[in-house]
Design a protein around this ligand. Structure first.
Ligand SMILES: Cc1cc2nc3c(=O)[nH]c(=O)nc-3n(C[C@H](O)[C@H](O)[C@H](O)COP(=O)(O)OP(=O)(O)OC[C@H]3O[C@@H](n4cnc5c(N)ncnc54)[C@H](O)[C@@H]3O)c2cc1C
Length: 350
């Protein structure tokens, strides 16, 4: 199989890159290892995503897919009182709580309709340079002039081609989904700061709710947070989030990396990294999906200097906001989790 471009990873960044490249007339193959069957994290979409979905031409099908409107977020952050932040003044309207697997599939479908060859259930094992481009090692092998790394946080392809991750932290998410009792109002996004991290609650479509504990990897291991009893005990010790644990748990705990990094560089001869592979942000910002979409769009536009400048300024802005928001929580400022973030300490390069 010979293509102008191969996109590895069919999350929002890869699907949008494939969609935009196909619309520009390129022959594109998108490899996605999953079939979009399981639960995917990243359900809250801020209002800023609305103009992006309209510009992509997928707005109507997105609204028809059944997302739950999100009108505000509430948080106990910086103090025990709950503060609410409404989207009523947002120029883009309200946000959404989506079924992320359905959302990602919708974008991949749009890429296929634009002409991209979308190969679901095919994992890319590796990519190597060959004369005139790249050879892609997969069950359906391909050759291409351009490779787009959209593999998410692992940035697997770009790192194999020599890029490195500048890591900010080792944040981990331990989450569980609950089926709500019939008639339970969906509620808002809710955040609660605790001494070694924070809790997050979000409505999901189909009368479900996600509850998640975020902490650094070392603490998760030491406190047994990745075990059902440890997680439940930590939830029971919260002041507010415990009241949201209504209904029946669905499936086991999910443990995923939520670590922040920036890739250096984000592009090289014949390759570019998009979405989380290029810049992975703290889920606290609910900004990851919007960045993924925008980065996929910009990478497909073809200006390497413009793309590098875009990611550079997004990374600088993210880092400043992260520092500020973690600095708001003075109650736990003596704790390494809060102090390292408020002082913007980074980690090693890997
Ligand atoms: C716990 C958690 C909660 C989050 N909450 C939010 C939120 O509420 N709102 C928000 O906007 N963002 C949130 N985010 C961030 C958001 O999910 C990501 O920023 C976004 O998914 C990035 O999109 P992406 O396409 O770059 O990567 P991903 O969504 O990670 O997609 C990568 C894709 O590549 C595929 N893949 C990987 N390797 C291969 C391979 N070798 N071959 C083929 N396919 C491969 C994967 O199957 C996957 O489909 C959250 C993140 C985490 C970890």
């Amino acid at each position: 199989m010979r293509a102008d471009a191969v996109v590895v990873g069919g999350g929002p960044a890869g699907a949008v890159a494939a969609l935009e490249l196909a619309r520009r007339g390129a022959e594109v193959v998108l490899f996605e290892r999953s079939g979009y069957g399981g639960l995917r994290m990243g359900e809250t979409l801020p209002p800023a995503v609305n103009p992006l979905l309209r510009a992509l031409g997928v707005w109507d099908r997105f609204v028809a897919s059944g997302p739950v409107p999100s009108y505000q977020t509430a948080s106990a952050w910086g103090g025990p009182e709950v503060a609410e932040r409404s989207f009523v003044f947002s120029p883009h309207g309200h946000g959404w709580h989506t079924d992320r697997a359905r959302f990602d599939r919708l974008l991949a479908d749009a890429a296929a309709e634009a002409g991209a060859d979308v190969r679901r259930g095919v994992a890319v094992r590796g990519v190597r340079r060959v004369p005139g481009g790249f050879a892609v090692d997969a069950d359906a092998p391909a050759r291409a002039d351009l490779v787009v790394d959209a593999t998410g946080r692992p940035a697997r392809i770009a790192r194999a081609l020599g890029a490195r991750r500048e890591r900010l932290d080792r944040l981990v998410c331990v989450a569980r989904v609950f089926a709500l009792p019939p008639g339970t109002p969906p509620g808002d996004t809710f955040l609660e700061a605790v001494p070694d991290g924070w809790w997050y609650a979000s409505p999901l479509p189909a009368d479900r709710r996600l509850l998640a504990r975020f902490a650094d990897a070392r603490f998760v291991a030491a406190a047994g947070l990745a075990t059902a009893p440890g997680w439940a005990a930590a939830l029971a010790s919260t002041a507010k989030t415990r009241d949201l644990a209504a209904g029946t748990p669905i499936g086991p705990l999910r443990v995923v990396s939520a670590a922040s990094h920036r890739l250096a560089p984000v592009s090289g001869p014949g390759w570019v990294a998009v979405g989380d592979a290029a810049l992975a942000v703290d889920p606290l910002s609910s900004g990851g999906a919007a960045f993924a979409i925008e980065s996929g769009r910009r990478a497909a536009a073809g200006s390497e200097a413009g793309y590098r400048a875009f990611v550079g300024s997004a990374a600088a802005e993210y880092r400043a906001v992260r520092r500020e928001v973690y600095g708001w929580e003075a109650r736990f400022a003596g704790n390494a989790f809060w102090r390292d973030r408020a002082e913007d300490r980074g980690l090693e390069v890997s």
